[in-house]
Design a binder for this molecule. Structure first.
Ligand code: IVH
Length: 672
């Protein structure tokens, strides 16, 4: 393909992918399959790598992230980002509307909106392209989080029709409850502490340095305000509807997320409806925002120093209720981690009956000083089940017994352990503790691991009970006639399942490594290990020091890996997986060049355009060898920011040539 054809094709694919992305994430009505979308995306990726001169920062391929932001630059807001006055009192809302009438508005027209509980962001567009995304900060100046915001699928990178030449649009970035739950489930299964709530998680996510991690967190957005020099609109609602037509995700009127009302009764109806139904929403809100609709009226009513007088927020009280603590169940997760769950006397909270509440770990039980039969305060948040936030000690009966955390696994009786510095207890009996055996197998076949379709949790539990499955290697010896004998397995589904199992032999090493289910080794860590070691054989020989050299690996993960590979039983079933033919080596990527052939390089510090592991990968792709420490055999030290002074001194003393990132890129002919 010649450059002209490539440029044309890149433009076409970009437009098509943007349109499909918009249909999927903004309008929720996709018109092509995920598979076809991925094919097109891959084609665009390939063309962009062959013709990088035609790749744009707003290309749909950038949705997966990859940019590293070491420092979020400060940006002064063109229009200050004000906050809203707020109240918990309905009377004050009545008074606020009453005061508006004094301004002599001809016809009262108010827009009621949901108050999304996330992070405010200002997005600047020029010629329809997103050029900058900035946090609210102190209202005067915020931080540039453009790279991270680009990965949020519902933020349009390129607008479609009739948009103004230059403008800013503001809205809220939030984490939908489903994404929050999935993230916390993932964290629990990786043996990580759960995040506290969707809002803090969204805020923390937007400040991650690696945008490819942001891309995986499922953030979403609603836009709520258009700002431009000479606006063509008469009122706020008109501007919001127009923003929808340009390609932004705006709150749907059809679902009642936004509504124009003309009197206080209309405002109260909106407030009361959402106070009742807020927990039916797929995201969290903490109140309702009411805005004067007409821009002329807004101007007339004006601002205080901190917030507009033409808008206010009614905040919902966090719903709390008292209940009695009946008992505590201890659940055992896939990696053996123990989660205590409180059983409560049924109590009505936010429209549902609550019977259970999460407690996370022993520390939380101690912090709350929980006793059996305590009267506890439960609160509903974005979590699967509500949480206990306090104890009413006045109501504690005399002689009530404090809760003592269990010492043995409730499933298999093994003595529980608690790793130093961690808050979770875990059951070490991985090979025989039933939920761990089934959990390991369920994880192994899951979509992000070996992606073996046709095996639900139920079927796996049955196969475990029938002694057909115990270790992951057993999937590969399942046979047709045995499977047919198992409940509900028809010929067709058995055939499909066996084909899927066979197909999984092609799954690349990084996912196989993730599938092994090593505590604390999630998807990202597995990827880093793969980049660094290249094969299981190498990984299994690594010492703790060598493991610690891998980016994102600290003591906890290193110990867990060493512990996993020391176990004879683990070694036995992994040996069998090797025999079956799973991928335990990363497919050697094509070499870029031999310019570093025969040279040994040490990489240290933090870089702008690449992560440390990416630099190491580049070294290998260009024929060089990586080493962890500087010695007389070192040819180059690739030095990033913040590298240890001792290493630097040693390199200087030994006369090792020191390269900065740019010099390294020049050396391998890869200026990014
Ligand atoms: S309008 C000048 N509308 O609430 C008025 N804000 O203190 C600008 N928020 O952090 C805000 N939902 O991010 C507006 N529908 C909505 C909102 C909303 C949530 C947040 C906003 C800000 C806070 C206001």
């Amino acid at each position: 393909m010649n450059p002209e054809e490539a440029q044309h094709k890149i433009k076409l694919l970009t437009e098509q992918l943007n349109a499909h992305n918009h249909r999927y994430y903004v309008l929720a009505s996709p018109s092509i399959s995920d598979f076809d979308f991925d094919q097109m995306l891959r084609e665009l990726e390939e063309l962009e790598s062959l013709f990088p001169e035609f790749s744009s920062p707003n290309s749909p391929t950038k949705r997966v992230g990859g940019d590293i932001t070491k420092k979020f630059e400060t940006v002064i807001h063109e229009y200050p980002m004000l906050s809203l006055s707020n109240t918990y009192s309905r009377e004050e809302i009545v008074e606020w509307v009453g005061r508006l009438e004094k301004f002599g508005l001809e016809n009262l027209s108010l827009v009621c909106e949901l108050k999304y509980d996330g992070v405010a962001v200002g997005l600047r567009y020029e010629k329809g392209a997103l050029v900058r995304a900035v946090t609210r900060g102190d209202g005067e100046k915020g931080e540039d989080i453009t790279s991270n915001v680009r990965t949020i699928r519902s933020v349009s990178l390129q607008l479609t029709n009739d948009f103004p030449e230059k403008f800013e649009i503001r809205g809220e970035i939030f984490m939908p409850i489903a994404a929050f739950k999935e993230l916390n489930e993932q964290r629990a299964s990786d043996g990580e502490e759960p995040f506290a709530n969707p809002r803090n998680t969204a805020a923390g996510t937007l400040k991650l340095q690696d945008s490819s991690l942001v891309a995986k967190r499922g953030l979403d957005t609603f836009l709520y305000g258009v700002y431009q020099e000479k606006g063509a609109f008469h009122d706020h609602m008109e501007a919001i509807r127009a923003a929808g037509s340009w390609g932004f995700k705006i709150p749907p009127e059809s679902l009642g997320y936004i509504n124009v009302v003309h009197d206080i009764d209309g405002v109260m109806d909106f407030i009361n409806y959402w106070d009742q139904h807020r927990y039916d929403l797929p995201f969290e809100i903490d109140g309702i925002v009411i805005k004067v609709n007409a821009y002329e009226d807004q101007k007339r009513i004006g601002f205080t120093s901190k917030s507009p007088r033409w808008a206010t927020a009614f905040k919902f009280k966090t719903q709390q209720a008292e209940s009695t603590l009946l008992s505590i169940d201890y659940q055992v997760g896939r990696t053996g981690s123990i989660t205590p769950v409180a059983n409560l006397s049924p109590v009505s909270l936010g429209g549902t009956t609550v019977r259970r509440a999460s407690l996370h770990n022993e520390d939380q039980i101690l912090k709350l000083d929980l006793h059996i039969s305590d009267t506890v305060l439960v609160e509903k948040g974005g979590e699967i089940i509500p949480k206990i936030v306090g104890v009413n000690r006045v109501k504690r009966s005399h002689g009530a017994q404090p809760i003592v955390f269990i010492e043995n696994c409730p499933e298999c009786g093994a003595k529980l352990l608690r790793e130093e510095g961690l808050s979770n207890h875990f059951c070490p009996n991985a090979s025989a503790c039933p939920p761990q055996v089934a959990g390991r197998l369920i994880h192994f076949v899951s979509r992000k691991a070996m992606n073996i379709e046709g095996l639900g949790d139920e079927t796996i539990n049955v196969l475990v009970k029938e002694n057909m499955l115990k270790f992951p290697c057993d999937f590969y010896t399942l046979n047709r006639s045995e499977l047919l004998r198992v409940d509900r397995m028809a010929e067709k589904s058995v055939n499909k399942l066996l084909a899927a199992i066979d197909e999984s032999k092609n799954i690349p090493f990084e996912r196989v490594l993730f599938a092994l289910g090593i505590r604390h080794v999630g998807e990202t860590v597995a990827k880093r290990i793969t980049q660094h070691t290249g094969s299981l054989a190498k990984l299994m020989q690594f010492t703790k020091e060598e493991l610690l050299e891998i980016e994102e690996i600290g003591d906890k993960i290193a110990d867990s890996i060493l512990h996993f590979f020391r176990d004879d039983e683990n070694k036995m079933w992994i040996e069998k997986l090797i025999d079956v033919g799973l991928q335990f080596e990363s497919k050697g990527k094509d070499k870029d060049s031999d310019v570093l052939s025969g040279l040994t390089l040490v990489v240290s510090g933090v870089f702008d355009a690449y992560s440390r592991d990416e630099i190491k990968e580049l070294i290998e792709r260009n024929g060089g060898k990586n080493s962890g420490s500087v010695s007389s055999k070192t040819d180059f030290l690739v030095a990033g920011e913040g590298m240890g002074p001792a290493k630097l001194k040693k390199a200087k003393d030994l006369g090792v040539k020191i390269l900065n990132e740019l010099e390294f890129q020049k050396l391998i002919g890869n200026e990014k």
